[in-house]
Design a protein around this ligand. Sequence first.
Ligand code: GDP
Length: 197
Amino acid sequence: LFAGECEFIFGAQKLGQLPPQTLPEIAFAGRSNVGKSSLVNALTGRRTLARASSEPGRTRQLNFFNLANRLMLVDMPGYGYARVARSVKEDWQDMMFDYLRGRPVLRRVVVLLDARIELKAHDKEVMELLDRAAVSFQVVLTKCDDVAPTKLARKQAEVEAEIRTHPAAYPHLSLTSSQTGLGIEALRADLAEFAQP
Ligand code: GDP
């Protein structure tokens, strides 16, 4: 699945522009700079698939990537960038909530958290949004290569405790690094479960 073709098909700035629901979808969400583009690139083995964003908070659209006509990966706009005004944050939440609620083909949201930094209020709010939308989500720690083992273990315990408070969360926490490849194959296997035969 992931070794095959992966084609960027669409960038939607408004919900009215979403592509037809022909394939099961997996969406990726996370704070700006969390390593989302890098992770999607690592998963699909492409370097240029999702443009690694040098300017945090810039991508304000939903980008759709067709994986071999079996699965759609959806890159959600990064959230939580400090320079973004409150009204823009609310717009993000409203648009994402509408997307989450109105997309029966959406099978799972992958929520990315940077292993190096504190769990932020905004991350918890997004998980609550997913609970309210009743969309199954799975949490992935990114940049695990850049954290000392004891600190990583503490982080893992903290995030696992948070996950247990969310009814829509998949219980397993994935530890990943796009740089070393840690956890990438396992995450591919998790997501391949949702692909069309
Ligand atoms: P996005 O804004 O969430 O799409 O994040 P990017 O993929 O553009 O990555 C943001 C920054 O984090 C870049 O400077 C990347 O080089 C860095 N980064 C991404 N993944 C990793 C990783 O696995 N390990 C380390 N150490 N840095 C990473």
